[in-house]
Design a protein. Sequence first.
Length: 71
Amino acid sequence: MRFFEIANHYSVAPTKPQTPAQARIRSLQQQKDSVNRALQAERKRQRIARAQQSLARATAPTTTIKQIQTP
């Protein structure tokens, strides 16, 4: 193959500019996706925090019960 055949084969076709309505829809979709990712990350963070707390409680040393001394 020649260079111009390879260069044209992998080039990206130009796209038309979006109308303002299309641009607004695309922007809202990107915001929605971003918020969904943030929500999933927060849920995962909270799940990990709960698991770490339960693990810490399970592995914490138990307190000994003092025996009551009878007179």
